[in-house]
Design a protein around this ligand. Structure first.
Ligand code: NIG
Ligand code: FE
Length: 407
């Protein structure tokens, strides 16, 4: 019999994790962290067995791997709950055009944007797509992300959508079917495309995906079509997510609340009524400041949302067009400098609350007994460097299920 795997991370300068369990963190609870100085975390069989100050470290008989935490801080493994990692190719030419003044929506309307990535992703084939997701997963891991969600949505045909979901699942991610991202060129009307997506793809997609997502926006899908798509996905057993209020308020928040969605994501265009509605609901608002920065758009009303009592999460939105950024530490820096969240609020938003969006909050997002032993170790003197060192080298070492994930 193989001995149980045990890892002791010891002599950490700091270990930080949010208090409370159960529901997403709202209001003051989003700032409520437990900070342990001179700390240890003991992992057994992939779970956290004990955590505390070194002076309380019990004698541990038997085989044990030790990891020296001196000069380092441990935060919970970061959870990226919104990425579009299943894509091939790039949009660097479009990026250059945008730098010269072209608009993102204008490029999309001219058949570029999302549809350019659809062409590249279809051409990559299942193997090319799996390789791309694997590479992107490595980038995320090196940035400290230990749990990730990724969406399909650059296939839009049956084979590429299913290959995207398989590639995400095989890379260890949480797959979301973004079947309503854009109307692909072989359909000239959104209703005919949805007929196909629901009848021909959804039955098999629902066996691979955990959630469904839709882009509710002018030039994409209106609220009525989104309702039809999401209701069918819910009936097929999927959790619901929405891209909403990115450029305009097109009814995504009321629809998310009506359908009991897990989240509504973006919210750069959300006004006061939307903030109030979200705060009174169980829907998590997922904020994507790297996307707002990358497109030169207004930032989402994060402070107002948190102060009103809404549950918010932070994510990268990693994709080749609107947010070519896989770094949650950079997102935390944007949260503190642009969204006016504090470092504890930013951390809670991309750990505990992000885990809720993925339906994994019972196992992910905290360093606490019984949780999965996923940590992000930082080679820094204070854990808040995760947001403070803007785009800097944090000496990140991810631990997943009690094992060093980069060695
Ligand atoms: O979340 N807004 C819709 N979808 C993505 C962007 C996709 C792309 O530009 O390729 C987003 O920003
Ligand atoms: Fe997105």
């Amino acid at each position: 019999m193989t001995p149980p795997s045990r890892l002791l991370v010891r002599d950490l300068d700091q270990l930080v994790t949010h208090r409370g369990a159960g529901a997403p963190l709202r209001g003051p609870a989003l700032s409520d962290v437990e900070l342990i100085g001179d700390a240890f975390a003991l992992c057994e069989d992939g779970r956290v067995a004990a955590v505390g100050p070194m002076r309380e470290l019990p004698a541990i008989p038997g085989d044990l791997e030790e990891l020296d935490g001196r000069g380092r801080c441990a935060i919970p493994g970061l959870v990226d709950c919104h990425t579009h990692a299943a894509f091939a190719g790039d949009r660097v030419a479009e990026f250059s055009l945008r730098a010269a003044g072209a608009g993102y929506e204008e490029l999309h309307a001219a058949g570029g944007g999302i549809l350019a990535t659809v062409r590249a992703t279809r051409a990559a084939g299942a193997k090319g797509l799996a390789d791309a997701v694997h590479r992107h997963r490595g980038w995320m891991l090196r940035a400290g992300t230990t749990t990730f969600e990724a969406k399909s949505g650059y296939g839009l045909d049956r084979d590429t959508e299913l290959a995207s979901l398989r590639a995400i699942r095989d890379a260890g991610g949480s797959p979301t079917r973004l079947g309503a991202h854009a109307v692909p060129p072989e359909f000239d009307d959104a209703d005919a495309y949805l007929d196909f997506a629901l009848a021909e793809v959804l039955p098999d997609a629902a066996k691979l995906a955990e959630a469904a997502d839709v882009f509710v926006e002018r030039g994409a899908f209106d609220a009525q079509r989104a309702r039809r798509y999401l209701a069918a996905c819910r009936d097929a057993g999927l959790a619901l997510r929405l891209h909403g209020d990115q450029f305009s308020e097109a009814g995504a928040i009321p629809l998310a609340i009506e359908l009991g969605a897990r989240s509504v994501d973006h919210l750069e265009a959300t006004t006061e009524a939307g903030v109030r509605a979200l705060a009174g609901s169980d829907v998590v608002g997922v904020l994507l400041p790297a996307s707002a920065l990358f497109l030169g758009r207004p930032m989402p009303p994060a402070r107002a949302l948190v102060d009103a009592g809404a549950a918010v999460a932070l994510a990268t939105d990693f994709n080749p067009g609107s947010a070519f950024c896989e770094s949650l530490p950079l997102v935390c820096a944007l949260a503190c400098t642009q969204l006016k969240l504090s470092p504890p609020e930013a951390l809670g938003a991309c750990t505990v609350n992000a885990a809720h969006v993925l339906g994994r909050a019972d196992r992910k997002g905290r360093i606490a007994q019984g949780y999965d032993a996923d940590f992000t170790l930082l080679d820094v003197p204070d854990w808040r460097y995760v947001a403070y060192h803007l785009g800097g080298d944090l000496g990140i070492e991810p631990i997943i299920a009690g094992r060093r994930a980069l060695t």
